[in-house]
Structure formats: C-alpha cells, structure tokens
Write a protein that binds this ligand. Structure first.
Ligand SMILES: Cc1cc2nc3c(=O)[nH]c(=O)nc-3n(C[C@H](O)[C@H](O)[C@H](O)COP(=O)(O)O)c2cc1C
Length: 278
C-alpha cells in the first residue's frame, strides 16, 4: 500500500487544494493511505538566516514543527504539494516552508527522488502569477522528483472540479505520482517545468529557477527554442555544492571579513526608531 502525504496551504475547509489532493490520490491506481497536513496549523517560523543549519549534522535552531514535517515527508512514498495563489504568488505559508528547505538540504540523500505532484489553485485565468513556479522551486530544493505540476482554476471552494476537463487533468496528475511523469509543455522549461523566463538579450533565454539556457529564434512557425546541454542548479551535486560547500565558505568568509564589514554596518547603528508592539 502506498503512503501519500498531502500538504495543504489553504485555511479553507474542503478547499480546492484539499479536494484536488483527494481526487489525485484516488487516481493512483493502487491501494493507498492518504495523510494530510494543513501547513497553517503547524508552528512554522520564518528563517532567521543564522546559517547554523549548514554545519554538518546540526539542525535548524528554531524550535518549531519543521522536523516533524520533514519526518512525515520522509515516511511518505509520495508527496502532493498544494497551494492557492494569493496575490499572484503562493500563499505565505507555502513560501515560508520553501524558505526553510535550506535547513533540509542536509537530508537531500534521504529525500532525493521521492515522487511528488504539485497542484496550485487560482481564481482567475491570467491571474495565476508565479505560483506554480514557486512550488516547483521548493519541491526541487527538497530533491523531490516532480512527476506532474498543474494550475487549476476556480475561485469558489469546489469550483476547480466543476469542469470535466479539470477532473480529467487531476486524474492524470494523480496517476503520474507513481507512474510515468508528464513531459514538459510548450513554453515551460524542459528541465524544471517553470513557466518563467528571462531574456537578457533578444535571442537568449534563461530559466530564472534552474538556470537552463536557450537560444531563441523567431520565424514564421513561432518561437524556436534551442536548449543548451548545460547542467542546472537542481541537480543533486549542484545543490550539494551550493548548500554544503559554497554557502559554508560564505559563512567562513563572513568570519574572516567581519571587522571590515562591521565598519560599514556600524555606521548605521544607534539612530534607530523601531516601532514595537506594546
Ligand atoms: C488573499 C487572497 C488572494 C488571492 N489572490 C489571487 C490572485 O492573485 N490570483 C487569482 O487568480 N486568485 C487569487 N485568489 C483566489 C484563490 O487563489 C482561489 O479562490 C483558489 O481557488 C483558492 O484555493 P483553495 O480553495 O485551495 O484555498 C486569492 C484569494 C485570496 C484569499
């Protein structure tokens, strides 16, 4: 029996994200046990940028539910990650969890390749913003193997499943969790599936998430993308290099340059008028 963990970022009861998780799980084509966690119900605190979590075998010093969540993710055979779109991006709790994944990179070997599907929900076509890409980034930083990712539309609770096409899409997404991954679609990055692109020069496109590059040409058939073979930042070794080597060096560098940088920082000390809660 497959154990599935569904992460819900919405506070709504029977929210679109929640019902889509249930429909996706029911579509995996084998027996399953579905466990759900509402992220807003956990005690998850913002990252303090202390970088203590980068020291090998050291945990994030914040005492909250981050490691409870990590253990649940480790126990599951597959993860369904969801978030509503709030103000053109993911709900804040989803981003907060995304920020804390820096502390979980030490567990990359245990999480690497765990199947995951991503479901995002938004009320208005064209107002989805960068929500799906933001969830893709968090899942990739965790080392999860994204099998499918899709933005479902519907403003009212339940509305995302009114349309038969959405029902078909969520079932296909569910079936991919332990099955064949979906191929990237036109306009998506073929490496990480983000829908965002930057164009530093007219014929040069860069995926701001994974760093995939492409030469772009325009002809009568539309846009032609020639993707480079270059590696990208979500590969296991690249993630390890960044978090376990480069960032650790940066912390050391700060130690070496503390005095020099303090001279700059201290110019801004002592003239503050912080507004505090009574
Ligand atoms: C604070 C807030 C901000 C929202 N911002 C957007 C938005 O920028 N774009 C959009 O399409 N929908 C937006 N919505 C609508 C939700 O994304 C939509 O209702 C979605 O179905 C909610 O999913 P849920 O039922 O899983 O919570 C917003 C909703 C709320 C409460």
């Amino acid at each position: 029996m497959k154990k599935i963990l569904g992460l819900v970022s919405s506070q709504r009861k029977l929210a679109n994200g929640e019902i889509l998780i249930k429909e996706a799980a029911a579509s995996i084509g084998e027996e399953f046990e579905l466990e759900l966690i509402k992220l807003p119900e956990l005690n998850l605190q913002p990252c303090k940028a202390c970088y203590a979590c980068l020291v090998p075998d050291q945990r994030c010093p914040i005492t909250d539910d981050l490691y409870f969540l990590l253990d649940r993710i480790k126990e599951a055979d597959g993860i369904i990650l969801t978030s509503p779109c709030y103000v053109l991006g993911p709900a804040a709790i989803t981003k907060l969890f995304g920020d804390r994944t820096i502390a979980l990179v030490q567990h990359l070997d245990e999480l690497w390749g765990k199947p995951c599907v991503i479901i995002t929900t938004a009320g208005i076509k064209g107002w989805e913003g960068y929500t799906l890409s933001a969830l893709i980034a968090s899942a990739r930083f965790l080392g999860l193997d994204i099998k499918d990712a899709h933005m479902f539309l519907g403003a009212l609770p339940g509305e995302t499943l009114v349309n038969p096409e959405s029902m078909e899409r969520i079932r296909a997404l569910g079936a991919s969790l332990f099955g064949k991954p979906r191929q990237s679609e036109a306009g998506q990055c073929p490496t990480c599936w983000s829908e965002l692109w930057k164009f530093p020069t007219p014929n040069h496109a860069v995926c701001p998430l994974c760093g995939q590059e492409a030469e772009v040409r325009y002809n009568e058939n539309g846009i032609q993308w020639n993707f480079s073979e270059t590696g990208h930042r979500f590969e296991k070794e690249a993630l390890k290099e960044h978090f376990q080597v480069w960032l650790v060096d940066q912390v050391r560098e700060f130690g070496n340059r503390r005095k020099e940088l303090s001279l700059i920082r201290n110019r801004y000390k002592g003239q503050d008028k912080w507004i505090k809660l009574n």
